[in-house]
Design a protein around this ligand. Structure first.
Ligand SMILES: CN1c2c(nc(N)[nH]c2=O)NC[C@@H]1CNc1ccc(C(=O)N[C@@H](CCC(=O)N[C@@H](CCC(=O)N[C@@H](CCC(=O)O)C(=O)O)C(=O)O)C(=O)O)cc1
Ligand SMILES: N[C@@H](CCS)C(=O)O
Ligand SMILES: [Zn+2]
Length: 764
């Protein structure tokens, strides 16, 4: 029988228990001992479930209180002095790195956070400097291995590999590169290997996902050097080199020649891995962990397609050296379909969340071994469900399809040119120099969330809900006027999430009650599911935004989420063309834009927070596979507005260096984005590329409760002014304020407005 494996399992709990416990610990409502105890209980549940479902290679050390990359930094003692100096206990230091720490004496910023490859998960970026002393600083991987053994479960401990760790860390030293830390990091990994050897672990999973990205000749040489050295110290514990999110074309030949015991390859996002096996073969002394169950999407596995892949692989490798695996960690999918009690069975049959994916592994193993698998009832059922999905006409909109097929170039081209319309907009808006604004959301207090819960559970009527939201909007308009902001927002109080909310209000989407996925730390998202064609049947945001504008003479910025972001933060159908889905969503959001404009809204922001995220991991695919339609989808949304309507967009992450021209080509009038957490490096990029669009690089980081001082913001603005055209500069935070409390939001915005006002005086 085929052995089964998972790369990792979700850890937040089926009802987000871990998130709630950690937050209770932050609020002082749960003691450290209670938190540790509850964490052990949830780990036990995950291990036991996987054992029950027949998984042989069950991961351990995939659990984390915040992020496994941060755990690795902590394990390797990559802890900057600024956190050590706080004198906190281990857990306190760990959370200070995650969230920042501020008290009367101390002010430590959180570590930077970045997107984990092309997912909506964020990892904490370790900071390596000359004072970093690599050494074993935590017992976590060993303790969890022993904990599982105590339950009678022998796990496969999981570690981020040294190569990926160094490549994704920030080296805080002018001249040094990651290469300079190889000799420091390897002895710690050697020690880890030795300890697992002493603990008699069978297999250690070492994750090196960076191998699926473009590597230079130097990278490859370093990778080889590191593993030759490390593997030469290997004893009994076997090493599984695990990759995911793509293929390993740059290093496959090296991987098969190194002394790994097993390789883990992704055959969902890395179809080219099949060709590599065919072309170069697969050594007789290794085991192949075959990632065929998609760890990133929630659609049922297409057994017939998967069995074809497995058959192909079995042409080069005997079945007893093949382990059936998930394509990546199941961290990126929700827990179980079972908890979707409000979703009709006719939809649910199409989904496999983490728990159901374990069943899929088991069924695939059975089918893989059967000569006559086509007669197996599991196979027949799977074929029937897939067919039903393809033929389903419930969300099939001929009008939308027709509109898309008749689009011409002019539908993507806004007129007149940027230079002409920006003048008209400046006259119409009459804003001061360095206009101040926010990104859209204001604190989502527990009061608002509780209100929405009541509404969803039919505890209050639609009118009561709407009334209270409008009350909140009224208070927020007054607050923003008092703070002195120039362009106001309605606060997004009616939205559970910037994507899920639109999914709930567009035909073609399904939404869930419990399908939570971790985004960062304790923060989760519930991606809507794109089930068919997308259409806007009714206006979505117009009523609230129109109401907000009726309360003030200052401009209200109408707030929408863009098509690429809605697509990227949903679970799209795997059998439909992404470009087409993006255009369908674009037409729906365009209708919303036109309605807002008709109501007299002068500024409309179309957030494309996730545009950068799904850029293919291989540079050569960037344009043809993605940007060519992603940029067009955005342009389609706003191409028809009047010249004096100002279009803003927002992106949370500043790693735009290589696609800066394409971002300018989105043809927005203003773009706001994250900058504070990335040392304002984006400013040089904008400067060097003569960026045309007006810009609002964030002046403070909203991911931490830390309140920035007025002088600090002024200093940041001065740096921006030195490099960017003063007349094109906006002043705003990095991102929306939904995760913050009012207590820090108000002083932060007051400082921001005061800094802008002071500078205006100085500069005029
Ligand atoms: C900008 N970001 C976003 C990303 N992806 C998205 N889909 N959306 C984003 O905004 N990716 C990149 C970043 C990630 N950033 C964040 C920031 C904040 C969160 C977050 O706060 N998530 C919330 C859940 C939000 C939500 O859906 N809330 C619902 C349900 C609220 C709830 O839990 N209700 C309780 C009752 C009330 C209570 O006790 O508070 C319940 O049902 O029991 C809502 O508001 O209605 C989180 O809690 O994690 C995510 C990503
Ligand atoms: N308008 C959204 C963008 C977040 S990326 C917000 O302010 O939360
Ligand atoms: Zn943002």
């Amino acid at each position: 029988m085929q052995l089964l494996s998972t790369v990792g399992y979700p850890r937040i709990g089926a009802q987000r228990e871990l998130k709630k416990w950690v937050e209770s610990y932050f609020n002082g409502k749960l003691s450290k001992e209670e938190l540790l105890q509850k964490a052990a209980e949830i780990r036990k549940q995950h291990w036991s479930l996987q054992a029950e479902k027949g998984v042989y290679f069950i991961p351990s050390n995939d659990f984390s209180f915040y992020d496994t990359f941060l755990d690795t930094a902590f394990l390797l003692n990559v802890i900057p002095d600024s956190y050590r100096r706080l004198g906190l206990d281990d857990l306190g230091t760990y959370f200070a790195m995650a969230k920042g720490y501020q008290d009367a004496q101390n002010d430590a910023k959180a570590l930077p956070m970045k997107k984990w490859f092309n997912t909506n998960y964020h990892y904490m970026v370790p900071m390596i400097s000359d004072s970093t002393k690599f050494m074993l600083n935590s017992r976590k991987p060993f303790a969890e291995y022993v904990e599982a053994l105590g339950l009678g479960i022998k796990t496969k401990p999981v570690l981020i590999g040294p190569f990926t760790f160094l490549k994704l860390s920030k080296i805080n030293h002018g001249t040094k590169t990651y290469r300079d830390y190889i000799e420091d990091i390897l002895p710690v990994y050697e020690q880890i290997l030795n300890e697992f050897n002493e603990l008699k672990a069978d297999y250690l999973q070492v994750d090196e996902p960076i191998l699926v990205t473009d590597l230079t000749a130097e990278d490859i040489e370093i990778f080889q050097f590191m593993y030759k050295k490390l593997l030469s110290k290997k004893k009994n514990v076997k090493i599984l080199l695990q990759t995911y999110f793509g293929d390993v074309r740059d290093v496959y030949e090296k991987l098969i020649s190194l002394d790994f015991d097993a390789l883990g390859l992704d055959f969902v996002e890395g179809p080219r891995n099949l060709e590599l096996i065919k072309q170069y073969g697969f050594p007789k002394d290794k085991v192949l962990f075959v990632g065929v169950v998609n760890g990133k999407n929630i659609w049922k596995n297409h057994y017939s397609d998967t069995l074809k892949k497995l058959d192909f692989i079995a042409g080069s490798i005997e079945k007893n050296r093949i382990v059936l695996n998930t394509s990546c960690s199941l961290l990126h999918v929700p827990y179980t379909v079972k908890n979707e009690t409000q979703l009709a069975e006719k939809y649910k049959i199409h989904f496999a969340f983490a728990e159901e994916k374990l069943d899929e592994l088991m069924e695939l193993a059975e089918l893989f071994h059967e000569q006559a698998f086509e007669q197996n009832e599991r196979y027949i059922r799977n074929q029937r469900i897939i067919k039903e999905k393809l033929e389903n006409k419930e969300y099939w909109y001929e009008d939308v399809r027709k509109e898309i097929s008749s689009l011409t170039e002019s539908d993507f081209q806004r007129m007149p040119s940027f230079a002409e319309r920006i003048k008209l907009q400046k006259n119409a808006l009459n804003l001061p120099l360095l206009p101040t604004t926010t990104i859209g959301s204001f604190p989502q207090t527990s009061e608002i969330r509780e209100l929405r819960k009541q509404y969803k559970n039919q505890g209050i009527s639609h009118e009561q809900y709407q009334e209270t939201i409008k009350q909140k909007i009224t208070e927020l308009i007054q607050l923003q006027e008092k703070i002195g902001l120039d362009v106001l927002v309605h606060g997004e109080f009616e939205r559970n999430d910037m994507v899920e909310y639109f999914g709930e209000n567009l035909a073609g989407f399904l939404f869930t009650r419990n399908a939570w996925v971790q985004s960062y730390g304790t923060r989760c998202v519930k991606p809507p599911i794109i089930f068919g064609d997308v259409r806007r049947n009714k206006a979505i945001t117009v009523d609230y935004i129109d109401y907000a504008q009726s309360l003030t003479s200052k401009p209200i910025k109408g707030m929408l989420t863009g098509p690429v972001t809605i697509l990227n933060w949903s679970f799209p159908r795997e059998d439909l063309c992404l470009e087409n889905i993006a255009y369908q969503i674009a037409l729906a959001i365009k209708a919303e834009v036109m309605d807002l404009e008709a109501k007299g809204i002068k500024i409309i922001q179309i957030d494309e927070a996730a545009l950068r995220e799904k850029l293919p991991l291989r540079k050569k695919d960037w344009y043809d596979e993605y940007l060519c339609w992603a940029i067009k989808a955005f342009r389609l949304v706003h191409a028809s507005v009047k010249p004096h309507t100002q279009i803003h967009t927002h992106m949370c992450y500043s790693e735009f260096e290589d696609i800066i021209k394409e971002i300018d080509d989105m043809d927005a009038d203003v773009i706001t984005f994250e900058a504070a957490r990335s040392d304002l490096s984006i400013i040089d990029v904008l400067n060097a590329n003569h960026f045309r669009t007006e810009v609002g690089p964030g002046v403070y980081d909203i991911h931490s409760p830390r309140v920035p001082g007025k002088e600090e913001i002024e200093e940041i603005l001065m740096k921006m002014i030195h490099k960017l055209d003063l007349k094109k500069l906006w002043v705003n935070p990095d991102c929306g304020l939904k995760t913050r409390g009012m207590e820090e939001t108000v002083p932060s915005l007051q400082h921001m407005v005061a800094a802008a006002k002071d500078l205006r005086k100085k500069l005029l």
